[in-house]
Write a protein that binds this ligand. Structure first.
Ligand code: GLN
Length: 454
């Protein structure tokens, strides 16, 4: 088998199923085949081969790719062709992976169902009446539907883990700062992380290995040695201490999700892990804290979209103010406008102390909850989301209900720590995700536990 065969196979599968799944926004077939041809020349020679040699990968459309339109699923950027590639994309190239195309998402990564894409929704491959989750819904669905071997997503409050859970794939949000965000279009800079969506845990370790590491182009990138994640997959969890927060298996969690998670915990116990209940007492404040902080940062980050520097500009503007006002009114969708307004309000003088500053303080309390538990435990485990995937259209009229789907992923984002979602069975025929949360920079343990369970 050649790389060209593999890449063609990926496009054939896309031809076959993407009319129903609609995971992709842009395909880069010509470039991908040219690259495959170049990689094929290495076959049968002594040339060194990268870690991901020849493997077809999809990239979320908020990660910039030279030569491939990068829209963030927004009308504002529908014509934006980046003049450079994100560090992660360069690292994929160095690892000899082949980028197949760009994946659908909620506009600017704001949402949890992919229904906020300004182009079209993505459909859950398990049942196309259901959402794939979001905001990396295209990334999760493309892997679940077998269109690519793996994909990159981004996670600000759960956007890798929640769609992984809904689509029955593995999604890893690394420690804040482990993976470079140079070239990731910023949503909430103190939270955003890029990470892998894959079929299994071993693939996740491979992809993380390829993209992790210090990048001088990203001022928040950590200057640490990257461990060997593959050698962490020992299958051994004997004596491992697992904490289950009572807030993660309490009220508001679908009983069938609870059942699947309890069964997974039993499996880990049978492998020798010690499972105990703990409390993360500030969990109930996480959603409010996140939506204040993330919206505040978004209102500041999205100020760059002014109709002058990037993307589309309103036709026939009367003056400069008109350029700004109309470009933004026409370019952004409703959810993005809602976040910008909420964030601008929270940051305005007179409200700053009551909202933004208060939220920062609560964020510290949430982080301390985890610090305390990690003094005595190796990992924290619970569900990834309170329910399996929901029906398309069933939550669009009520943003608050939609926000509450993130209750179990947001605390991890606020604490900046790593977490993985692995499939742990079905509820009503739809996948359920198990969330395994680790200490900062302890992806190796997170992957080890996920691999042993899987
Ligand atoms: N659903 C959350 C939100 O709408 C998380 C999004 C994300 O992680 N990018 O903000």
């Amino acid at each position: 088998i050649t790389v060209t065969d593999l890449v063609n196979e990926s496009y054939n599968r896309i031809d076959e199923v993407d009319g129903k799944v609609r995971a992709f926004l842009t395909l880069g077939k010509e470039q991908a085949l040219a690259r495959a041809g170049a990689l094929d020349e290495k076959l049968g020679t002594d040339d060194s081969r990268g870690l991901l040699f020849g493997l077809p990968i999809g990239v979320k459309d908020n990660i910039v790719t030279e030569g491939l339109t990068t829209t963030c699923a927004s009308q504002f950027l529908r014509n934006y062709d980046p003049i450079y590639s994100a560090t992660v994309v360069k690292k994929l190239q160095e690892a000899d992976a082949v980028t197949i195309g760009k994946l659908n998402m909620d506009e600017f990564a704001m949402g949890g169902s992919n229904e906020n894409s300004s182009f079209h929704p993505t459909y859950n491959p398990w049942n196309t009446e259901y959402v794939p989750g979001g905001s990396s819904g295209g990334s999760a669905a493309s892997v679940a539907a077998g269109e690519v071997f793996f994909s990159l997503g981004s996670d600000t409050g759960g956007s890798i883990r929640q769609p992984a859970s809904y689509c029955g794939v593995v999604g890893l949000k690394p420690t804040y700062g482990l993976v470079s965000r140079f070239g990731l279009v910023a949503f909430a800079s103190s939270l955003d992380q890029i990470g892998p969506l894959t079929k299994n845990v071993e693939d996740s370790a491979y992809l993380l290995q390829a993209i992790a590491g210090h990048d001088p182009s990203d001022s928040t990138s950590l200057n640490v040695d990257v461990p060997d994640y593959l050698s962490a997959l020992t299958g051994d969890v004997k004596g491992l201490r697992v904490a289950v927060p009572k807030e993660y298996v309490g009220q508001g969690i679908d009983p069938k999700v609870k059942e699947a998670v309890q069964a997974a915990l039993k499996t880990l116990e049978s492998l020798g892990a010690i499972v105990e209940e703990v409390s993360l007492p500030h969990t109930e404040y996480a959603v409010a804290t996140y939506y204040l902080l993330a919206s505040s940062e978004a209102s500041s980050n999205l100020a760059r979209f002014d109709g002058v520097r990037y993307g589309v500009r309103a036709d026939n503007p009367k003056n400069l103010l008109d350029v700004y006002l109309r470009s933004r009114s026409e370019g952004f969708g409703d959810e993005v406008k809602r976040r910008i307004m909420l964030g601008t309000y929270a940051l305005s003088s007179g409200y700053y102390d009551a909202y933004y500053l208060k939220a920062q303080k609560v964020r510290t309390l949430i982080k301390r909850d985890f610090d305390q538990v990690f003094e005595n435990y190796d990992v924290v485990i619970g569900p990834t989301a309170p329910t399996p995937a929901f029906k398309i259209g069933s939550q669009t009229s009520d943003p608050l209900t939609m926000y509450l789907n993130d209750i179990l992923t947001i605390p991890v984002s606020l604490a900046g720590i790593p977490a993985i979602s692995v499939p742990c069975g079905l509820a009503d025929g739809l996948p359920v995700g198990l969330q395994i949360i680790g200490k900062a920079l302890d992806e190796a343990t997170v992957l080890r536990v996920a691999h042993a369970y899987e």
